[in-house]
Design a protein around this ligand. Structure first.
Ligand code: ADP
Ligand code: MG
Length: 336
């Protein structure tokens, strides 16, 4: 649905040129939730603003549904933008307007609908985000989570097929974040629209996204399916972002490397095997006894996964034979 081809963007600051984006390429499939993660200043906001050309790249192309939008004139571009919704970290609501009037605003801008049609659409949207009872309030009378629900309803007003979220949950507490992420997942499923979201928080990526790109100093340093990136992060930036949120295994690996004399295996379970007693079964079959060193059992979007580090205390077969034996049970085993 979206194809970004080698875009670059420089800003001039204090006589120096800063590369906010450096030769970035991405492909985003229709209907998926695509996360872009990176530290502050990595270029995330610049990149997401290039997807609707609020920011024009210096070079490269952006295509939507196969159409190169970097070639469109301003009027044609304006039309395309109506099919792209955007949600912001600080909500960007109009303070003097009620909740209903905020959601109505993009309908008024687009034109072509009667007041009654617009009111009906506003009600539909407020029901979708669970704000029917707050219709006549002003933004100042709402909590952060409610404000973001208004922001989401407004972004969906003109039936976009693409929703861009710039740190949509970064100003919210953890519980409210979960509720907003669940709402976005719901909208993605119900309406089938594509969502691109940027965040600095790996938990957001894990809970919501199908694919992810890791941005660092304006470059994409890693991208792929969230499961693959989480279970085998390749780049140092990805590894440290995971470690900070307690989802990496770097620190634990450091401890056992010094203290554990036995061979160590790393088992990775994805999906169904996570729910089976695989270690117990293989243990009985080949006399494998282990000393568990660390373990994670969690979910990536809707897929359960687990990762275990274990010292091999005893085994009837050679340790090097274990990967093939675990593979038969659908579990990846690496001898470290
Ligand atoms: N309008 C601007 N003028 C000058 N520099 C900018 C501008 N917008 C962003 N930058 C710079 O570009 C880099 C990337 O910024 P941004 O895309 O906002 O990063 P992120 O959203 O990942 O924090 C930063 O170094 C930032 O200072
Ligand atoms: Mg930003």
């Amino acid at each position: 649905m979206i194809e970004v081809q080698s875009i670059s963007k420089h800003y001039q600051h204090g006589g120096k040129s800063i590369a906010a984006l450096d030769n970035v390429s991405l492909q985003i499939a229709s209907g998926e939730i695509y996360g872009i993660i990176g530290r502050s200043g990595a270029g995330k906001s610049t990149l997401i603003r290039c997807l609707n050309l609020l920011e024009r790249p210096d070079s490269g192309h952006v295509s939507l549904h196969g159409e190169d939008i970097t070639r469109l004139d301003e009027r044609a571009l304006q039309q395309r933008r109506q099919r792209i919704g955007m949600v912001f970290q600080h909500f960007n609501l109009l303070r003097s307007r009620t909740v209903a009037a905020n959601v109505r605003f993009p309908l008024e801008l687009a034109g072509g609908q009667s007041p009654a049609q617009m009111d009906a659409r506003v009600d539909e949207l407020l029901a979708l985000v669970g704000l029917q009872d707050h219709k006549h309030k002003r933004p100042s009378q709402l909590s952060g989570g409610q404000k973001q629900r208004v922001g989401i309803a407004r972004a969906l007003a003109n039936h976009p097929d693409l929703l861009l979220c710039d740190e949509a949950t970064s100003a919210l507490d953890p519980e409210t974040t979960d509720a907003i992420l669940a709402l976005l997942a719901d909208i993605n499923r119900q309406l089938g629209l594509t969502i691109v979201l940027i965040t600095h928080d790996m938990r957001v990526i894990r809970q919501l996204c199908d694919s992810v790109a890791v941005l660092d100093h304006g470059r994409v340093v890693e991208q792929g399916k969230v499961l693959d990136v989480f279970l085998a992060p390749q780049h140092a930036v990805t590894q440290s972002l995971l470690a900070e949120t307690g989802m990496g295994q770097g620190a634990l690996q450091g401890i056992w490397r010094q203290r554990v004399a036995t061979p160590v295996i790393k088992l990775t379970f994805v999906g169904e095997p996570t729910l089976q007693p695989v270690l117990d079964k293989v243990g009985r079959e080949v006399g494998l006894r282990v000393n568990l060193l660390s373990g994670t059992l969690s979910e990536i979007k809707d897929t359960p996964f687990g990762q275990l580090l274990a010292g091999v205390v005893a085994s009837d077969v050679d340790v090097s034979a274990l990967p093939a034996i675990f593979a038969r049970e659908g579990v990846r085993c690496e001898v470290l």
